[in-house]
Ligand binder design. Structure first.
Ligand SMILES: [Zn+2]
Ligand SMILES: [Zn+2]
Length: 1612
C-alpha cells in the first residue's frame, strides 16, 4: 500500500487532511481550524482515526450529504504553515520511485509534482500587503524534481544510517520548519523528511551473469541555502554555498532471505569555505566582481569540524584490518579554480591556501586533517586536452582516495546472522535485519570550483568513477574487459579443454609434480601460478595508474556511461537549484561514449547560451528566490512575515463548547443558539427578540483557557444598525466567578460578514488603574506623549488559564428600530497542553519536571522573581569571567566586586563581597572554547539566588526599590535623574519584580510622581525617534544572530549556549578598572588597586585599544555600528559581511551616547518581556495546581502512575465511555472545599494524576454539597460512579446522593434521575468502609456506581451529596464531643466513626455512557429561514457625506481636525477606514528564554497576547457655542481598509470643528513591509499607516430619495 493523502475542502470552506500512511493500517484525519489555521487531532477512534480512508471520507462528508468544494489527492505530505489570514499546505501529487529498493528495504521517491494548497482563514489579524505578497511568493516556489524522501529509512546520513527515521541529520532536512505543525499535534511521521538534491539509480551488467545497481544520491546542505551570487563561500552558519554531500551506492540485488552485499562512497562538493562573495554589476557583464571579507577564515574552523565529525570513522574496529591506524580524519580539498597570473579566481586560491595553513596552525581541528590539492581544471583542459586532464586528476586523487576508502558490508535479513559478523553491526528499528560492515569510509574528498557547479561535477565524476570500478570489483562484479574473456574461457574449462585464452606472449604448462597449471610470460621471461587474466582485477585501485586510453580499452563502458548519465542528471539538478539553469561544460562526462566528437561543437554553443541565460537569471531572480528559500526553511521570518505569530491562538468556543442558556430569538429555535458557535453556520443571521434591552450569552468553552480575543462576524439584514453597538465581556472559571474584563467595547457598523476582532485583557485591578497614568490617558490632552521606547505605564491584567465561561452582553445601537441580530461568535485564547500533561505518559513527566522547576522558583519568591535563574539576560551580560584569553585558565580568579553586583543583581551596595566561587566558571568557558571564540561576557553558570532572596524577605522589594531610587537621586541632589539613571532605576524595578503600578504606588508614597522618571519623557521627540529606531534595529540584528547561531551549531558539538549577550549594562554605578585599560571611559574608583586581573580586558574593534570590562559597550554596540545595514543570511555584502560567530567589542568612547542608550532601551524591553513570560508561567503553574498538587509528584513515577490510572479507569468503565474528565468537562459552579483538601478539579482529573492517597473533601460544617458538571459534550449518560476516598466510608459520612440531568443552566428545567443512600450500599459492600489497605494498589479502585434507569441525553449532570445527619443533630454531636474531647481527645481521634470528623469526601467523580460523536444539532435551517424573514423590511437610510471646508493634521498625523461647511446638516457619525499597519512579533533582542520557548514551553503565549495593543479613537465635537462633546471608541481589529461606521449617540448640530484623536497603544504598530522596500523593517518608529489622513469622513443619515434633491451629496 502506498501513502495516500486526501485534502477535502467542504462547501463551508472547512478543510480536512485525510492521511493513510503506507506504514500504518489506519487513517488519520486532521482538521484545519478555519479561523486560526491550527491543526487539530485528538487521536480518537471514530472521530479522527478510522480503519480506512473510505470510512474517514464518509465521516467527513456525512455519507456525502455534505458537499465538498474540492478534493485533492496526493501521495505525500510535505509541509504546512499558518501565515496569518491564510495557511499553506504542501503536498506531493506525483512521485517517481527513483531508488526503488535500497539494500534492507526502503524506497527513495523524488517529488515529481507538488502542489501548494492555499487555505483562506477568517482570522482578521492585520496583515500587510507586503507580507501577503511574500506568502504568494512562497507558494510559487517550485520544488518539483529537485527533492526526495524516503518513508521508511533515514537517508540524511551516509548509507546505512545507524539512526532511525525520527532522528534525521538536521543539516539536510529542508522541511523541518514546515513539518513542525504535524509534529506538534502528535503526528511526527505524517510529514515526510524532505531532502533537496538528487537521487536516482541504474541497473548495470557486469562481466558474466552478475549485474549490479548503482545509485547516486546527492543531498544539498541547508545551512547556506542561497542562490548563486548570494550564497557563495561561508556564511554565518559556517555553511558554504551550494554544499552537497554525494553518495555512490553500489549493491547486488538478491531475493529475500539472503545477504545483500553493498558498498558506499561519499564525497562533498561546495564553494570555497572562506568568507567571500561576488557581485554582478549588471545583467550582461561577463565577470562578477569577487571580494573577500576582512576576516575571511571566520567560520572555516567550524566548517571543517563539522566535516570531521561526520566523516570520522567512529567504529575503528571495522577498519583495523584495512586502514593504517592514524586516528586522523583526512579532509582532502580538491580545488579546481584558475590560479594563473591575472585570473580573478586566483585571489581565492591564495586565500584558500592561507586558510588551510591557518586552520592547521590553530591546533583546534582535533583529529581532522586537511589537505589542499590545487588543480586548475580549465587551464589543463585548454593546455592538454580532456583526456590528459582526466589522467592528471587521477594522479592527484589516487593516494587520498585509497586512504579514505569506502564503506562496504552486507545486509542480512535475519538478525541472528549478524552474530557471525566480524565487523561492526548497524541496526535500527527501521530495518528488519541489520548491516554488517566490513569497512567504513574514513575521511572525505571535497571538490570545489568557484560555484561548485560545472568543473566540480566533472571532476567528482572522474574521481567517483575510479571508486565505482573498485566498488564493483569488491562486489565481484568485474568491469574488466580482460576478465570477461577470462570468465568465458573458464566456462569452457568445464568441457575439459584448456582453451582459456591468454594474453599474447603467454603460455600455459603443467607442473608434472603437482599436476597444477602454471604460466610463462615470454615477454618478461617470468613464470607464475596465477592465470594472468584473473590476477589483474584483484589488484586494487589499478586503474588510477592507467592512461586514459588504457582505462577506456580495459573497462566495460556500458556501466561507466550509466554512471556518467547519473552525474549529468545530478549536475543539471544542482545547477538548476543554484543558478536556475542547466549545467555547462558537461560534455566531458560523455568522454567514454563513442560519438563524443559529434557533440562537442554543439556543446560549445550550448555553453555560451547557458552562460548568458544564467547571468540574466541570477541578476533578475536571485534575491527573490533567496527570499523564497529562506521562508521555506523558516528563516528570517520576522523580516519576511513580521506579524505572523509563532504560536497562533486557539478557538475554544467551537463544539464541544456550547451555550449554557438558550439565546432568545424571535422565532423558537430548537438548538438554543449553539449554531452561533458553529463555523458551519457561517451565513447565520440570528434575530433576537423584539425590543430587548440587551442580549446575554453564556458560552461554555471546550477547554479551559486564558481568553485573548473575541471574534465577531457581523450579521444583519439590509439595515446594518441591527447588529449590536457595544459588548461587555465577563470571563470566569465557573458561572459564579465571572469577572468583567471588557466594558462597552464599541462595535462599529459594517458590511455583512465582516470579521471584527476584539482584544481582551485579563481583569485589571482597579487600584492599578487609578495609580498609573495610563488609565487616565484617553481623557488627558497630552496627545504628544508617545512611549516609543517601551510601555512605561504598562497595566497588567490578570492571567487565568482556567477560564471556562464567557458571558457576553450585547447592547443595541441607539438608532436601531429592528431587533438585535447576531452572527457567528468565536472566543480565542491560549490553553495549556492539558492532554499532554495529564494523560500522555510519555510527555507528562517532562512537563512535571518543568513545572517543578518553575514552582521551586516561585516558592523561593525572590525579589527578582524568576530572574534568579540562569537564563536571565542580566546574568548573561554580567556573568563575566576571566577567560577570554585562550591560555588564561590558570590566571583566572574571580573578578572584582563591582562586577559581582551586576552578576547577582546584588541589592546591598554596602556589602560588595561575594566569594569568587559564584563565578568560578572559567573552566566551563574553556570547555566551550573548543568551538567558538571565547566570550568574555559569557553567561554565569551559577547564581547565588538565596542571598538575594534573603534580602528581599528582610526588606521587601518596594523598600529596596525606593532605597535604590534614593541612592541615585542622592548623587545629583535636587536635580532630576538623567536618562541613564532612569533606565537603571527601571532595570532595578524589573529585577525586583515590581509592576508599573507597584512602582507608581511606591513612588507616590514618598511624594514622587512617576512620570518624572519616565525615560520616554526625558528626551525630546526627534531624539526619541532616533533612539527607538536604533533599539528596533538591534532587536532585528539580535534575532538574526540568534538564528544563525542556532543553525551554526548543527552538526557540531552541542553545549554552546546560543544566549545573546548584547548588553553590557549595569544598574549600579561602575568605574574603570584601570590597570591595562587604555580607554578610561568611566572615572576610576578607589578600588583600582584590587583589580589586577588582566583577563577582563578586551580589544576595541575600532580604536584597537585595550579596554576593561566596565569601559566596554555591549556587543550590540558593535552590531549597530558595523551593520547598520541588515545581516544577510548569505553573509556577503560588498564590504565583506559579518559573521554571527565573530562578535567584537567596541569601547564606550568609540561608541556614541545614543548607541549606549539604545542598548539600555533594548535591555529594558527584554526585561519587560521576561516579566510577561514570567507572569504567564506563574499563572499556568497556579492553574495546574488547581487540578492536581504538584509537590508530591516525582516525575519518574508519573508516567507509571498515569498508565496505571488509565487501566483503573478502563476497569470501572466496563466498556462505557468516560464523559466528565477534565479538561473537557468542568464544574459549572464553585464548590466550597476544605483547606486541607485536594483541589476541586481533582475530582474530574484523569486517573493517575495527583497523589494516590489524597482526595477531595468539603469543609467540616457543610452537610450538603452539589456538583454541577458540564460534560465534555452532548452525551447519553448511563450512570455516575464515585471513587471512594482512601479514608473510606463510615456510618456517619456516607452520603445520600441525588442526581439530576439537564442541558442548560436553568434549575427548573432539569430532570430528576434518582436518589441513592450510600448507607444502604455500604451495608452490603463492607469493603467500602474504613481506610484503604495501603499495601497494594488494586486494579479496580473502590467505587460506587449509580446506574440510571435509562440512558439520558444531556449536557449537565448535577450531583447532590448530603450527610445523613441533619444540621442540628450534627452540631449537637460535635459540641458534645468537643466537650468530651477536652477530657480525653486521643480516644475519639483514633475512632474513624467519630461524627466530629464527618465531612463529605470523594476521590473522583466519573460519569459514564456514550458521547455523541458529531456536532448533531437539531435541524435549524427552517428556523433560520423564518428569522431571516424578519429582516429586509425597513427601507434603509443612506449615509451621506458632510462636506468639509478645511481639515488639519497634527501630532504625527494622530490628530485630525475637520471643519464642516457652515449650514451643514447635523453629524450622525463618522466613517473610519481601518489602518494598514501590522503588529510585529519581534520587538526586542532575543532573551535566552526565547530559545527555551521554541523547544519547550508550558504556555506558548506571545507577549502581544499577554498585553494586547488596543487603539481608541477620541472624537471631540466643538460646537459653535464653544461647548465640547467628547466621545471615545475602543477600536476592534479588522483587515486593512475595512470601512467602519461609528454613530454618535446623538445628532451633533452646529459643529464648528470635529477633532479626531488616535489614542492607545499606537507605538505597538509598524508599517506594512511593502511600504518599506530597501529600508529596514522598522525604520520609522511610528507607523505612518496610522495616519488619520484620508481615513475619516463625517456623515448624516437621509432617505435615499434626498440624493436627487441635493446633487452635491455623495454616499459614504
Ligand atoms: Zn576602563
Ligand atoms: Zn575604542
Amino acid at each position: 500500500m502506498h501513502t495516500s493523502v486526501v485534502v477535502v475542502v467542504l462547501e463551508t470552506t472547512e478543510v480536512y487532511i485525510v492521511i493513510s500512511l503506507s506504514t500504518r493500517r489506519d487513517t488519520q484525519v486532521v482538521y484545519v481550524d478555519p479561523t486560526t489555521g491550527a491543526l487539530r487531532y485528538l487521536g480518537k477512534h471514530g472521530e479522527d482515526v478510522f480503519d480506512s480512508e473510505a470510512a474517514a471520507l464518509n465521516y467527513i462528508t456525512d455519507g456525502s450529504r455534505v458537499l465538498s468544494k474540492s478534493t485533492t489527492y496526493a501521495k505525500a505530505l510535505l509541509g504546512y504553515a499558518v501565515l496569518g489570514s491564510s495557511a499553506l499546505l504542501l503536498v506531493a501529487t506525483q512521485l517517481s520511485a527513483s531508488v526503488p529498493n535500497l539494500p534492507g528495504g526502503g524506497c527513495i521517491y523524488t517529488v515529481a509534482e507538488s502542489q501548494w494548497i492555499k487555505i483562506q482563514l477568517q482570522n482578521p489579524q492585520p496583515q500587510g500587503t507586503g507580507e501577503q505578497k511574500n506568502i504568494r511568493d512562497l507558494a510559487d516556489l517550485d520544488i518539483d524534481g529537485k527533492h526526495f524522501f524516503c518513508e521508511t529509512r533515514d537517508v540524511t546520513r551516509p548509507f546505512p544510517s545507524p539512526m532511525t527515521l525520527r532522528e534525521p541529520d538536521e543539516e539536510f532536512v529542508w522541511n523541518e520548519c514546515l513539518s513542525k505543525p504535524f509534529k506538534d499535534i502528535g503526528l511526527p511521521g505524517h510529514c515526510v523528511i524532505l531532502l533537496q538534491g538528487f537521487a536516482e539509480c541504474r541497473n548495470f551488467g557486469g562481466a558474466g551473469q552478475q549485474g549490479g545497481l548503482v545509485a547516486l544520491i546527492a543531498r544539498r546542505s541547508r545551512l547556506h541555502p542561497g542562490t548563486r551570487y548570494l550564497a557563495r563561500g561561508l556564511n554565518a552558519c559556517s555553511g558554504t554555498g551550494n554544499e552537497v554531500e554525494c553518495e555512490q551506492l553500489v549493491w547486488v540485488p538478491r531475493k529475500g532471505g539472503q545477504r545483500v552485499p553493498f558498498s558506499s562512497y561519499i564525497w562533498r562538493r561546495g564553494t570555497i569555505p572562506i568568507w567571500w562573495g561576488a557581485e554582478i554589476k549588471n545583467a550582461v557583464s561577463v565577470e562578477a566582481e569577487i571580494y573577500v571579507a576582512n576576516d575571511p577564515y571566520n567560520g572555516s574552523l567550524q566548517y571543517y569540524q563539522r566535516l570531521g565529525r561526520r566523516y570520522g570513522n567512529k567504529s575503528s574496529e571495522a577498519n583495523v584490518s584495512r586502514q593504517k591506524k592514524s586516528g586522523r580524519v583526512p579532509v582532502i580539498c580538491v580545488n579546481l579554480l584558475r590560479y594563473g597570473e591575472g585570473k580573478t579566481e586566483s585571489v581565492l586560491v591564495d586565500h584558500f591556501k592561507e586558510s588551510i595553513r591557518y586552520m592547521n596552525s590553530t591546533g583546534k581541528l582535533g583529529s581532522t586533517w586537511i589537505q589542499l590539492i590545487n588543480y586548475d581544471w580549465h587551464a589543463t583542459v585548454k593546455l592538454k586536452g580532456q583526456q590528459q586532464t582526466v589522467e592528471g586528476l587521477w594522479r592527484h586523487l589516487k593516494a587520498p582516495t585509497m586512504v579514505i576508502g569506502f564503506s562496504e558490508g552486507n545486509y542480512y535479513d535475519v538478525r541472528q546472522q549478524l552474530s557471525e559478523c566480524k565487523g561492526s553491526v548497524i541496526c535500527n528499528d527501521d530495518v528488519n535485519g541489520g548491516f554488517c560492515m566490513e569497512s567504513i569510509q574514513n575521511g572525505v574528498i571535497r571538490f570545489n570550483c568557484a560555484d561548485s557547479l560545472d568543473r566540480t561535477n566533472a571532476a567528482s565524476y572522474f574521481g567517483a568513477l575510479q571508486v565505482f570500478v573498485e566498488q564493483c570489483s569488491r562486489l565481484n562484479i568485474s568491469l574488466d574487459i580482460d576478465a570477461m574473456f577470462g570468465l568465458s574461457s573458464r566456462y569452457s574449462e568445464y568441457d575439459g579443454r584448456n582453451t582459456r585464452s591468454l594474453p599474447p606472449g603467454w603460455e600455459e604448462r603443467f607442473d608434472s609434480v603437482t599436476g597444477k597449471s602454471f604460466y610463462i610470460d615470454h615477454n618478461t621471461r617470468t613464470t607464475t601460478w596465477e592465470h594472468p587474466c584473473q590476477e589483474a582485477p584483484q589488484k586494487p585501485w589499478k586503474r588510477f595508474d592507467m592512461a586514459f586510453d588504457q582505462f577506456k580499452g580495459s573497462t566495460m563502458l556500458a556501466p561507466v556511461n550509466h554512471l556518467a548519465e547519473l552525474f549529468l542528471l545530478a549536475g543539471d539538478i544542482h545547477a538548476t537549484l543554484y543558478t536556475g539553469s542547466k549545467a555547462m561544460h558537461s560534455e566531458i562526462l560523455n568522454i567514454f561514449k563513442e560519438e563524443t566528437g559529434k557533440f562537442s561543437k554543439f556543446s560549445a554553443v550550448q555553453n555560451v547560451r547557458i552562460t548568458v541565460q544564467r547571468r540574466y537569471q541570477n541578476f533578475v531572480n536571485d534575491s527573490s528566490r533567496q527570499k523564497q528559500l529562506e521562508m521555506f526553511l523558516g528563516l528570517r521570518l520576522y523580516k519576511h512575515l513580521p506579524s505572523i505569530p509563532m504560536f497562533p491562538l486557539k478557538v475554544l468556543s467551537r463544539p464541544s463548547g456550547c451555550m449554557l442558556k438558550p439565546v432568545p430569538s424571535i422565532t423558537p429555535m430548537t438548538d438554543g443558539g449553539s449554531s452561533l458557535l458553529s463555523f458551519k453556520r457561517k451565513d447565520l443571521i440570528w434575530v433576537c427578540q423584539q425590543g430587548a434591552d440587551y442580549v446575554e450569552l453564556f458560552i461554555y468553552l471546550g477547554e479551559p483557557c486564558h481568553v485573548c480575543q473575541l471574534l465577531l462576524t457581523v450579521s444583519h439584514g439590509a439595515e446594518d444598525s441591527s447588529y449590536p453597538a457595544t459588548v461587555d465581556v465577563r470571563v470566569g472559571s465557573s458561572i459564579d466567578s465571572l469577572k468583567l474584563v471588557v466594558e462597552g467595547a464599541c462595535i462599529p457598523q459594517c458590511l455583512n460578514g465582516t470579521n471584527l476582532l476584539i482584544p481582551v485583557t485579563g481583569r485589571i485591578d482597579p487600584e492599578d488603574l487609578t495609580v498609573t497614568g495610563k488609565s487616565a490617558r484617553p481623557n488627558v490632552q497630552e496627545s504628544s506623549y508617545l512611549p516609543l521606547l517601551y510601555d512605561f505605564e504598562e497595566l497588567e491584567g490578570e492571567l487565568n488559564f482556567l477560564n471556562r465561561v464567557v458571558a457576553l452582553s450585547f447592547h443595541p445601537s441607539a438608532v436601531s428600530i429592528t431587533p438585535i441580530t447576531l452572527g457567528e461568535i468565536e472566543v480565542l485564547g491560549v490553553s495549556l497542553p492539558w492532554a499532554d500533561m495529564l494523560t500522555n505518559s510519555e510527555h507528562a513527566s517532562e512537563f512535571m519536571e518543568f513545572l517543578n522547576k518553575k514552582s521551586s522558583i516561585v516558592h523561593c519568591d525572590l525579589g527578582s522573581k524568576s530572574f534568579g535563574n540562569s537564563s536571565m539576560p542580566g546574568n548573561d551580560s554580567h556573568g563575566i569571567d576571566g577567560s577570554y584569553t585562550k591560555s588564561s585558565s590558570s590566571v583566572q580568579t574571580g573578578g572584582s566586586e563591582n562586577l559581582l553586583d551586576y552578576l547577582t543583581g546584588d541589592f546591598d551596595m554596602s556589602e560588595p563581597h561575594i566569594t569568587e566561587n559564584t563565578f568560578g566558571n572559567g573552566e566551563q568557558t574553556n570547555f566551550l572554547d573548543d568551538g567558538f571564540d571565547v566570550n568574555p561576557f559569557a553567561p554565569a553558570l551559577e547564581v547565588p539566588v538565596p542571598k538575594v532572596n534573603k534580602q528581599v524577605e528582610e526588606c521587601g522589594s518596594t523598600q529596596l526599590y525606593l532605597k535604590f531610587f534614593e541612592s541615585l537621586s542622592g548623587y545629583n541632589k535636587g536635580k532630576g535623574l538623567d536618562f541613564e539613571q532612569m533606565m537603571k532605576l527601571e532595570i532595578k524595578r524589573l529585577r525586583l519584580g515590581l509592576s508599573a503600578a507597584e512602582r507608581d504606588q511606591a513612588l507616590l508614597s514618598i511624594g514622587v510622581i512617576s512620570a518624572t522618571l519616565d525615560p520616554n519623557r526625558s528626551v525630546d521627540y526627534s531624539y526619541l525617534l532616533k533612539l527607538s529606531s536604533l533599539a528596533d534595529n538591534l532587536a532585528l540584528l539580535g534575532h538574526t544572530v540568534l538564528e544563525d547561531r542556532v543553525n551554526a551549531s548543527i552538526g557540531l558539538e552541542k553545549g554552546s549556549e546560543h544566549a545573546i549577550d548584547f548588553w553590557n549594562i549595569s544598574e549600579n554605578d561602575e568605574s574603570c578598572y584601570g590597570g591595562a585599560c587604555e580607554v578610561h571611559a568611566l572615572s576610576s574608583s578607589q578600588a583600582l588597586a584590587t583589580r589586577e586581573n588582566q583577563s577582563v580586558f578586551v580589544e576595541c574593534f575600532r580604536c584597537e585599544r585595550t579596554v576593561c570590562k566596565a569601559c566596554c559597550a555591549g556587543k550590540g554596540a558593535f552590531l549597530l555600528l558595523n551593520t547598520y545595514r541588515e545581516l544577510k543570511i548569505y553573509g556577503g555584502s560588498q564590504s565583506g559581511g559579518y559573521s554571527a560567530l565573530a562578535d567584537s567589542f567596541v569601547c564606550k568612547s568609540c561608541c556614541s551616547e545614543i548607541i549606549k542608550r539604545a542598548l539600555y532601551v533594548d535591555y529594558v524591553r527584554v526585561l519587560h518581556s521576561l516579566r510577561r513570560k514570567d507572569r504567564s508561567e506563574k499563572a499556568a503553574l497556579s492553574a495546574v495546581n488547581q487540578v492536581c498538587q504538584l509537590e508530591y509528584r516525582k516525575a519518574s513515577d508519573l508516567s507509571q502512575s498515569i498508565q496505571f490510572g488509565q487501566r483503573q479507569l478502563k476497569q470501572i468503565l466496563d466498556g462505557e465511555e468516560s464523559l466528565a474528565e477534565f479538561p473537557y468537562a468542568n464544574f459549572l459552579q464553585m464548590v466550597e472545599t476544605a483547606n486541607d483538601s485536594e483541589p476541586l478539579l481533582s475530582l474530574l482529573a484523569p486517573f493517575g494524576t495527583g497523589e494516590y492517597k489524597s482526595y477531595w473533601k468539603a469543609p467540616q460544617d457543610n452537610t450538603s454539597v452539589e456538583f454541577s458538571i458540564v460534560l465534555g459534550g452532548l452525551s447519553d449518560v448511563a450512570g455516575v460512579a464515585i471513587i471512594v476516598s482512601s479514608c473510606g466510608y463510615s456510618t456517619s459520612d456516607c452520603p445520600i446522593v441525588e442526581i439530576w440531568a439537564s442541558n442548560k443552566i436553568h434549575r427548573e428545567d432539569r430532570t430528576f434521575i434518582g436518589k441513592w443512600d450510600v448507607q444502604d450500599i455500604i451495608s452490603s459492600s463492607p469493603q467500602l468502609c474504613g481506610p484503604e489497605k495501603s499495601s497494594r494498589l488494586s486494579e479496580e479502585p473502590r467505587h460506587i456506581k449509580f446506574h440510571f434507569p435509562n440512558p439520558i441525553r444531556c449536557r449537565i449532570i448535577s450531583i447532590k451529596m448530603t450527610l445523613p445527619h441533619n444540621g442540628s443533630r450534627s452540631t449537637k454531636f460535635s459540641e458534645e464531643f468537643n466537650l468530651l474531647s477536652l477530657d480525653d481527645s486521643s480516644v475519639y481521634e483514633s475512632k474513624p466513626t467519630n461524627p466530629q470528623n464527618s465531612f463529605i469526601h470523594a476521590k473522583r467523580i466519573v460519569v459514564f455512557g456514550s458521547s455523541l460523536r458529531k456536532e448533531v444539532g437539531p435541524d435549524t435551517s427552517g428556523g433560520i429561514m423564518r428569522m431571516k424573514s424578519y429582516l429586509d423590511r425597513s427601507p434603509p437610510l443612506g449615509r451621506f457625506r458632510i462636506p468639509v471646508e478645511a481639515e488639519r493634521l497634527r501630532d504625527n498625523d494622530l490628530v485630525l481636525e475637520q471643519y464642516p461647511l457652515a449650514n451643514s446638516p447635523g453629524i450622525a457619525g463618522f466613517r473610519l477606514d481601518f489602518f494598514n499597519v501590522i503588529r510585529p512579533r519581534v520587538t526586542h533582542s532575543p532573551s535566552s528564554s526565547e530559545l527555551d520557548m521554541r523547544k519547550f514551553s508550558l504556555t506558548r503565549m506571545e507577549d502581544r497576547f499577554v498585553n494586547p495593543a488596543i487603539l481608541y479613537i477620541q472624537v471631540t465635537v466643538v460646537k459653535e457655542s464653544g461647548k465640547l462633546v467628547v466621545e471615545e471608541y475602543r477600536l476592534p481589529e479588522v483587515k486593512a481598509n475595512t470601512p467602519l461606521y461609528f454613530d454618535f449617540p446623538d445628532l451633533q448640530q452646529d459643529a464648528r470643528c470635529v477633532i479626531f484623536r488616535l489614542l492607545g497603544d499606537v507605538t505597538a504598530f509598524v508599517d506594512d513591509i511593502s511600504e518599506l522596500e530597501n529600508l529596514n523593517l522598522r525604520n520609522l518608529p511610528l507607523a505612518s499607516g496610522l495616519s488619520l489622513s484620508n481615513k475619516i469622513k463625517l456623515y448624516y443619515y437621509a432617505d435615499t430619495y434626498e440624493m436627487g434633491k441635493i446633487g452635491s451629496l455623495s454616499a459614504v
